[in-house]
Design a protein around this ligand. Structure first.
Ligand code: ARG
Length: 541
């Protein structure tokens, strides 16, 4: 890419060590899209003829297809898309299955693609295998097409000389369309390319996260609906505080998600500008119409300053910081469920499908899912620190350090994808022990606040009312009675503001309904909040 100025070859060890291709290979789709956009832009500037542009676009599409298909469309060879459609599966699943077969060998690999001849016995075996697999839900398994799968590993080993994804695409394009490929780099720099590829990657990450997050919110809403009028204790300082509706508790997480969604939408809007045309640092050396590339890639327009655009990684920070906050929310949810599923709380039995046993203690059911979720969220938080430290000391503009920002972002994107693939299903499968929750909410003087409110409604100043009810609680504790079990005479010893209607004011229902404010746990308020949350999610989906 830059050998002209050099007389000595690179140190072998250094060369291998500094390569980013082993991990930036996953930017292939983004690199191809950005290259096509650049090709259109230089064609408009007169660098490529109509026919050259067409050949270039076709060539770039073919380079991109390597990962989309994994197997070539050649006479005598299987067409993976067709085969996948025929067998009701995906090219990726076919590829993964093939790689696990003992007959599979290097002669089945051609130019980093799986090449299976029509008369290969392995083909028959493959067809039989997939034909007998009924109800296989191969499309959304963990080893999804979006993850770092075997195709990418193949690509990396097939191109040991490719320094990075930009170099790789040029090498492959040259193989396919010859010297014409060398024109692609006219008027551009890898500095703007990587900035563009990463923006595209992050934008897709935002969109996937948004979708997954909505699913989780819908699961919570469904759970809240199912909980109906069920109650539980709320806690402050992890001490029982006041009764709340279970739905109210679940909707607290929906409120967090609403903010997470807003943060992601905001980050997306801010990052959606196209660096192409920024050159290496000072702007392209050709009079390019930058709006062509911006439009081709679905950006709102070109970036405004070439030095900033080639070195700006704020969008990585915005994205990962939004994920870190989201991770904090998810982790708190996981922690609460871990706690509530203990024998000490007994508010729910963890679904067996998401729990594991202990190899040592036969009686155990461990909350591995919620624990692992808590652990994964630590990674999300860690990534933001890595990126902030990486960027904070960089002079303008591009510096190679920035290459180190890719893997943490990939990790964050994969981590949140993984979490959001399982979390909604887990949430839907939760079954609470409402009887236990209710008994925890109706013992331990959780209606003390409602009782104090009763007195203050009778004209007793709240500070005084607080003290009187404190005395009543002590009386109850000494005699093993809840507030509603105390005798009116006893209460009247403490204050003559107590009357017969006191007992109606401290029932469970009254205790809930006295919180009749926007955002409170009064039953009607929670009903309205639930409807609003649902509407909000449906409107924005
Ligand atoms: N692999 C590089 C990166 O990720 C691409 C940009 C390289 N630019 C350069 N001038 N060496 O940052």
């Amino acid at each position: 890419m830059w050998s002209g100025r050099f007389r000595e070859p690179l140190d072998r060890t250094f060369e291998q060590w500094q390569r980013s291709f082993p991990f930036d290979v996953r930017l292939l789709p983004q690199e191809v899209a950005a290259s096509k956009a650049h090709a259109r832009m230089i064609a408009a500037a007169g660098i490529l003829s109509e026919a050259e542009l067409e050949a270039m676009i076709e060539g770039l599409d073919a380079v991109g297809d390597i990962s989309a298909e994994g197997m070539p469309d050649e006479p005598g060879l299987v067409n993976p898309r067709q085969l996948g459609a025929e067998l009701g599966t995906t090219p990726g699943s076919i590829r993964r299955w093939l790689r696990r077969q003992p007959e599979f060998s290097s002669h089945h690999v051609k130019w980093a693609r799986i090449a299976l001849a029509l008369d290969d016995p392995l083909l028959l075996k493959l067809k039989t295998h997939f034909a007998v697999q009924e109800n296989l839900n191969l499309g959304d398994g963990f080893a999804g097409e979006a993850s770092f799968d075997t195709t990418y590993a193949d690509l990396v080993s097939s191109a040991p000389h490719a320094e990075d994804i930009h170099h790789f695409v040029e090498l492959q394009l040259t193989k396919l369309i010859g010297d014409l490929a060398l024109k692609l780099h006219t008027g551009r720099s890898r500095n703007e390319q990587i900035a563009t590829d990463m923006r595209l990657f992050v934008r897709e990450g935002v969109d996937r996260t948004t979708k997954g997050l909505r699913n989780w919110a819908l699961a919570l809403v469904e759970l809240a609906e199912r909980a109906g009028g069920a109650v539980m204790p709320s806690y402050t300082h992890l001490q029982r505080a006041e009764p709340v509706l279970v739905a109210h508790w679940l909707l607290a997480y929906v409120s967090m998600i609403e903010r997470d969604l807003a943060r992601l939408a905001d980050a997306r809007k801010r990052m959606n500008l196209c660096p192409l045309g920024s050159g290496a640092v000072a702007g392209a050396t050709l009079a390019l119409d930058r709006s062509i590339a911006a439009e081709a890639l679905g950006f709102d327009g070109p970036t405004t300053n070439s030095m900033d655009a080639t070195s700006d990684r704020d969008f990585l920070l915005d994205f990962t910081q939004a994920l870190a906050t989201l991770g904090v929310h998810i982790s708190r949810f996981a922690e609460e469920l871990t706690l509530y599923s203990t024998a000490e709380f007994g508010f729910l039995d963890l679904p067996e499908a998401f729990s594991t046993g202990s190899s040592a203690m036969p009686q155990k059911k461990n909350p591995d899912f919620t624990e692992l979720i808590r652990g994964k969220c630590a990674r999300l938080v860690g990534v933001t620190t890595t990126l902030a430290v990486l960027i904070k000391g960089l002079p303008l503009a591009y510096n190679k350090d920035l290459q180190e920002g890719q893997e943490p972002v990939f990790d964050a994107a994969d981590t949140i994808d993984g979490i959001l693939r399982v979390l909604p299903g887990f949430t839907c499968s939760l079954r609470f022990r409402f009887d236990r929750m209710k008994s925890a909410a109706t013992t331990g003087y959780l209606n003390a606040m409602a009782a104090a409110t009763y007195l203050s409604n009778k004209g007793v100043p709240f500070r005084k009312a607080h003290e009187i009810i404190g005395n009543a609680v002590r009386l109850g504790l000494e005699s093993g009675r809840e507030l509603n079990e105390l005798k009116l005479e006893d209460l009247r010893q403490l204050s003559d503001a107590f009357a017969e209607d006191f007992f109606a004011a401290i029932t469970l229902e009254a205790t809930l309904d006295c919180h009749d404010v926007v955002g409170g746990t009064a039953r009607a308020r929670v009903g309205a909040a639930l409807a609003a949350a649902k509407r909000n999610l449906e409107e924005n989906s």
